[in-house]
Design a protein around this ligand. Structure first.
Ligand SMILES: Cc1cc2nc3c(=O)[nH]c(=O)nc-3n(C[C@H](O)[C@H](O)[C@H](O)COP(=O)(O)OP(=O)(O)OC[C@H]3O[C@@H](n4cnc5c(N)ncnc54)[C@H](O)[C@@H]3O)c2cc1C
Length: 419
């Protein structure tokens, strides 16, 4: 429901648009955000004013994926917090309104979101745990003239500066995970409280806080159909996961470039650090893995654009692999920089902190591994038939009648093994 017209801008042209849009957010500006622990609402509004969000969404949720990759990578190069806040706003909030908005109020809110007048975040995780969304306890009661939402949400990115939250809650007549619903909640509504923020080590410019809800909402606070909230949230999370992969690969490429540069310039004995085979091969293996991960990201994006669908297992698989490998590569880059890698004079320790949390946010490694495992744990007729036949046929061969056993002549070597 964006009402946007398709864009003729190519992703690489869009990269220049994003670079221009983030120019005002230089190191001094983002250092203030990091110290404040908040990305100002005005920063996302400024990106929107530059047309960056409209351009990402002009070709639709799937058609715009190549630009989403460019957008998140360039924002992360500027500041990790800005990338995280924009990711929630764009891929979850705008994504939810685009896919599930159905009323004139939803259309107005979507227009506000694309223009930066509204900034959204995603509230799914709860104090008792976030890995299992099906276990959500936040309660939604249908009051006849709207909804009453009660519950607490935790670790919500950008809750301190967002204007709205997409909230996952359990309808009152809940049956297991099947009755979750997605709501859009204005954060200035009576009964909505931001309780405070958690001091986190990564992406420090984007706050991560707790939200308490005891709020009465109009009927159209519900997005889409009741009971399909888990399905909707899982779908939206695939976009966030792909965005995180884009961000991670950009970060690792930066770290590897710096490490290779440092190894080329650092004298060791009569040569350079990069001349040492142990260093050279570590760098080479990292480069080879990054080329492969980058190809995988490009393939998944191309598949989603072409087939008009996300491949959920593959997206989870890429985030699982990229999350682990990127953190290893940045760690290796820190090692190559020696003590310098641990100081804030170089960007490596910050890259490490900003990327490490990607193995938790947007789906933990364990949750992602379960998604990939569910792909393997499905019937595969040809394999299953082969295994069943092979197991059936797997018997010992009947023994061949042998002549009388005579003692073997002792080989000269045999004694060498006796004790
Ligand atoms: C920087 C950051 C930003 C975040 N932003 C948001 C946000 O905007 N909105 C939001 O809703 N949430 C957000 N989160 C929360 C995030 O989604 C959760 O932290 C994550 O889902 C895990 O939930 P948890 O921390 O409660 O851990 P738990 O659910 O308590 O799990 C703890 C550990 O146990 C593992 N585990 C749990 N169950 C199983 C199982 N069955 N089998 C194997 N292992 C299991 C988990 O994988 C994890 O490693 C953010 C987190 C971070 C770090």
């Amino acid at each position: 429901m964006t009402g946007l017209t398709p864009s003729g801008t190519r992703p690489e042209e869009f990269r220049e648009v994003v670079r221009t849009a983030v120019k005002p957010f230089d190191a001094q500006v983002t250092a203030v955000w990091e110290a404040d622990r908040h990305v100002p609402t005005a920063a996302v509004a400024e990106l929107a004013a530059q047309g960056v969000l409209r351009e990402r969404w002009a070709d639709g949720d799937l058609g715009g994926l190549p630009k989403m990759v460019v957008l998140i990578q360039e924002l992360f190069r500027c500041n990790g917090g800005l990338a995280l806040a924009t990711m929630g706003h764009s891929e979850i909030f705008i994504g939810a309104l685009t896919r599930h908005g159905s009323t004139p109020a939803h259309a107005r809110l979507l227009e506000d979101a694309l223009s930066g007048r509204a900034v959204g975040c995603f509230a799914a995780t709860e104090p008792q745990g976030g890995a299992s969304l099906a276990a959500i306890q936040c309660r939604a009661v249908d009051t006849g003239d709207g909804w009453q939402l009660t519950g607490t949400k935790r670790y919500i990115s950008n809750i301190g500066r967002a204007t709205h939250a997409i909230v996952l809650a359990r309808a009152d007549n809940a049956r297991a995970g099947a009755d979750l619903c997605l709501f859009v909640v204005p954060l200035d509504a009576p009964g909505v409280t931001v309780d405070g923020f958690f001091d986190s080590s990564g992406v420090q410019a984007c706050d991560v806080g707790q939200l308490s809800l005891d709020v009465k909402l109009p009927p159209d606070a519900l997005l889409g159909s009741p009971g399909l909230g888990l399905l909707y949230a899982s779908h939206l999370l695939q976009f966030e996961r792909l965005a995180i992969c884009a961000l991670l690969l950009g970060a690792a490429e930066t770290a590897l470039g710096l490490a290779a540069g440092y190894a080329r310039s650092r004298p060791v004995g009569s040569g350079r650090l990069i001349d040492k085979q142990v260093i050279r091969h570590r760098l080479a293996e990292a480069q080879a893995d990054l080329w492969n991960l980058r190809s995988r990201l490009d393939e998944i994006v191309a598949f989603a654009v072409r087939e008009r669908t996300m491949p959920p297992h593959q997206v989870s698989g890429l985030k699982l692999t990229a999350g682990r490998r990127v953190v290893e590569i940045i760690d290796m880059a820190m090692q190559i920089f020696g003590a310098r890698g641990n100081t804030s004079a170089f960007p490596l320790e910050k890259l490490w902190r900003d990327c490490r949390i990607a193995r938790i946010g947007g789906g933990t490694d364990e949750v992602l591994a379960d998604v990939v495992a569910s792909y393997l744990d499905r019937p595969d007729r040809s394999v299953d038939e082969f295994i069943s036949e092979a197991v059936e046929a797997d018997r010992p061969a009947p023994s061949v009648a042998r002549g009388p056993v005579r003692p073997a002549a002792q080989s000269p070597a045999a004694g060498a093994y006796s004790h």
